[in-house]
Write a protein that binds this ligand. Structure first.
Ligand code: 5AD
Ligand code: SF4
Length: 480
C-alpha cells in the first residue's frame, strides 16, 4: 500500500486542514507513513503569513530534491496558503510553485475533493476508489483527528477584512460561513467520540454568519485588489442556518449568529463537552453580548485571544484595522468588568511601514494597559500582492524591527511572569494533552500550560493540579 507523509506549517487552521487532508488520502487508498523516507507521497501544508514561514517550507522542500532523484516515483504535493491555483506539472496553466524542482502537484485546500484527479494527471495508473462527486465539498470530508479529546472545528473559511499587510484574504478567498447545523452536528459527533474540548476556528469568528458572502449567497470575485467589501451591515437573516433544537426555524433576530452558535454548542455539555474555545475574533465585530457569554455558558472558557496589531491609531488606519485603540481598550475594559479573571492574549506587529518610535511605544503601552497574558508578536514582512507591499514603503530598517520585536517580548515576559505568579498555590483544572513516561502536560481553563508527574495514564482526562512553581510562560504542580 502507498504511504503518505504531511509536513504542516502555520496556524491551527492549517493543522485542522491537515486532519481533513489525511482523511482524504486514506480514502484514496494511502496509509500513513512514520517518516518522509518511507512515504510515496510527501505533502506540504504551507503557511505564507510571513516570509520566514515560506522560507521554512522552501528549506524543507530542498531536502526532497535528492530523495526524489533516488526515488523518481516519489510524489511531492503542496497545499495551504502558498498555493494560488490547483494544477500539476502536466497542466496547461501552472501555479508558480510547480517550478520548484521536487514538486509534482499543487492544490488549494478547498480543492481537496479534486486531489484524486490531480494525482491521476501525474500518475495515470493511479486508481481511486472515490470520485470528486463523492466528496462534494471540503467540509463534507470527515477529518481524521489527531486527538479525540481536544478537537478543532472550522466554522468559516477565508477572510473579508483585507488588512493591508495580510495575505490570508488572497490565499484563502472570501469569507464564507459553514451552515450552523453542520457545525453543531460535527461538534456533537466529536463529543460522542469522546471530545472534552472543542475549539471553533476561523480567521474572524465573530463575523460568523454576517459576512458579505453569507448575505449574497454567492461568490464575490477578486483579482488581487481589494474588493468593495461592505462590513457588517444588517443582521444575518438565518436562511440556510439551523432549525433550533426545538425544531422551530431560527427567526430573524438581533442575536449574532456566532452567539447563537456558541449557545447551541454549549448544550453539548449534557453529552460530555467540558470546554469550548474559539480563535480568533476581530475587534470590529467583538461585542459585550459575546463577552457576557463567557460567564453565562458553562463550557466557554475564561480566555479571549483578541488580535490588536498596533496600539497607535494612525498605524491601525494604515493597516486597515477598522477600529481605534480606544475601541479596543474599551472592549478590554468590558472583558475585565464581566469576567474579571479572564486571560487575554493578542497579536502585535512591529515595524509596520511608517511606524515611528513614538507610535510603536503606544503598542508597548497598550500591552501594559491591557495586561495581556500572552501575545504573538511579529516583525512586519511585506507579502507580495497585498496592499501594503504594493503601496507602502517597508521603511523600518531590519535591525530596528528586531529591536522593537525584542522590546515587545521583554514587556510581555514581565507581564506574563506576574500573571503566572498569581496561580502559585492554587489548585487548577488541567486537561491532560501529553504524557511522556511520568511527565504530563496540559492546559488550564485560562490556557496556561501546566507540567506535573503521574504514574497513571492520564491523557485526555481532566485532573486537579496544585501549582507549586510558576515561570514566565508555564506552571508546575502536583496532582491532588
Ligand atoms: N507581517 C507580519 N506579521 C503578519 N501577520 C499577518 N501578516 C503579517 C505580515 N505581513 C501576523 C498578524 C496576524 C498573525 C496571524 O500574523 O499579527 O494576526
Ligand atoms: Fe488577515 Fe486581517 Fe483577515 Fe486576520 S482579519 S486574516 S489579519 S486580513
Amino acid at each position: 500500500m502507498n504511504k503518505y507523509f504531511i509536513n504542516t506549517y502555520g496556524c491551527q487552521m492549517n493543522y485542522s486542514d491537515t486532519e481533513r487532508l489525511s482523511a482524504i488520502l486514506e480514502q484514496l487508498g494511502y496509509a500513513p507513513a512514520q517518516t518522509e523516507n518511507e512515504a510515496d507521497f510527501v505533502l506540504f501544508n504551507t503557511c505564507s503569513i510571513r516570509q520566514k514561514a515560506e522560507d521554512r517550507v522552501y528549506g524543507q522542500m530542498r531536502k526532497l530534491v535528492r530523495m526524489k532523484r533516488e526515488r523518481p516515483n516519489l510524489l511531492v504535493g503542496i497545499t495551504g496558503c502558498m498555493v494560488r491555483e490547483s494544477s500539476t506539472i502536466n497542466s496547461e496553466e501552472q501555479d508558480k510553485l510547480l517550478k520548484q524542482e521536487p514538486v509534482d502537484l499543487v492544490f488549494k485546500i478547498d480543492d481537496l475533493p479534486k486531489l484524486g484527479g490531480l494525482i491521476k494527471e501525474v500518475q495515470p495508473d493511479f486508481k481511486t476508489p472515490i470520485s470528486e462527486g463523492d466528496l462534494e465539498s471540503y467540509f463534507h470530508i470527515a477529518p481524521k483527528r489527531e486527538s479525540k479529546v481536544q478537537v478543532w472545528v472550522p466554522i468559516q473559511t477565508g477572510c473579508d477584512k483585507f488588512c493591508t499587510y495580510c495575505i490570508v484574504p488572497f490565499a484563502r478567498g472570501r469569507e464564507t460561513s459553514r451552515p450552523m447545523q453542520k457545525i453543531v452536528d460535527e461538534c456533537a459527533a466529536a463529543v460522542e467520540s469522546g471530545a472534552a474540548e472543542i475549539t471553533l476556528l476561523g480567521q474572524t469568528v465573530d463575523s460568523y454568519g454576517i459576512s458579505v458572502q453569507d448575505k449574497l449567497g454567492g461568490r464575490v470575485k477578486i483579482d488581487g485588489e481589494i474588493p468593495n467589501v461592505v462590513f457588517n451591515q444588517g443582521i444575518f437573516k438565518g436562511e440556510n442556518m439551523m432549525a433550533s433544537s426545538d425544531g422551530a426555524r431560527q427567526k430573524e433576530t438581533a442575536e449574532r449568529p456566532f452567539v447563537t452558535l456558541l449557545k447551541e454548542i454549549d448544550k453539548l455539555k449534557a453529552k460530555g463537552l467540558k470546554r469550548l474555545r474559539y480563535s480568533s475574533p476581530h475587534p470590529q465585530d467583538f461585542c459585550e453580548e459575546l463577552i457576557i457569554l463567557h460567564k453565562e455558558l458553562d463550557t466557554l472558557q475564561p480566555w479571549i485571544h483578541l488580535p490588536v496589531q498596533s496600539g497607535n491609531n494612525k498605524v491601525l488606519k494604515d493597516m486597515r484595522r477598522t477600529y481605534t485603540r480606544e475601541h479596543y481598550l474599551n472592549l478590554i475594559k468590558l472583558i475585565k468588568k464581566h469576567v474579571p479573571d479572564c486571560a487575554i492574549s493578542t497579536d502585535i506587529i512591529a515595524g509596520f511601514p511608517g511606524e515611528t518610535e513614538e507610535e510603536f511605544m503606544e503598542s508597548i503601552d497598550l500591552m501594559k494597559e491591557m495586561e495581556c497574558d500572552m501575545a504573538f508578536m511579529a516583525q512586519y514582512s511585506p507579502r507580495r500582492g497585498t496592499y501594503s507591499a504594493k503601496h507602502l514603503k517597508d521603511d523600518v530598517p531590519k535591525e530596528e524591527k528586531a529591536r522593537r520585536f525584542h522590546m515587545l517580548n521583554d514587556t510581555l515576559t514581565e507581564i506574563s511572569r506576574q500573571k503566572y505568579a498569581q496561580f502559585m498555590g492554587q489548585t487548577v483544572e488541567v486537561l491532560v494533552e501529553r504524557q511522556d513516561g511520568q511527565r504530563c502536560s496540559g492546559r488550564t481553563p485560562h490556557y496556561k500550560e501546566v507540567f506535573f508527574n503521574s504514574g497513571r495514564d492520564l491523557v485526555g482526562k481532566l485532573v486537579s493540579v496544585k501549582v507549586t512553581k510558576t515561570d514566565n510562560f508555564f506552571l508546575k504542580g502536583e496532582l491532588v
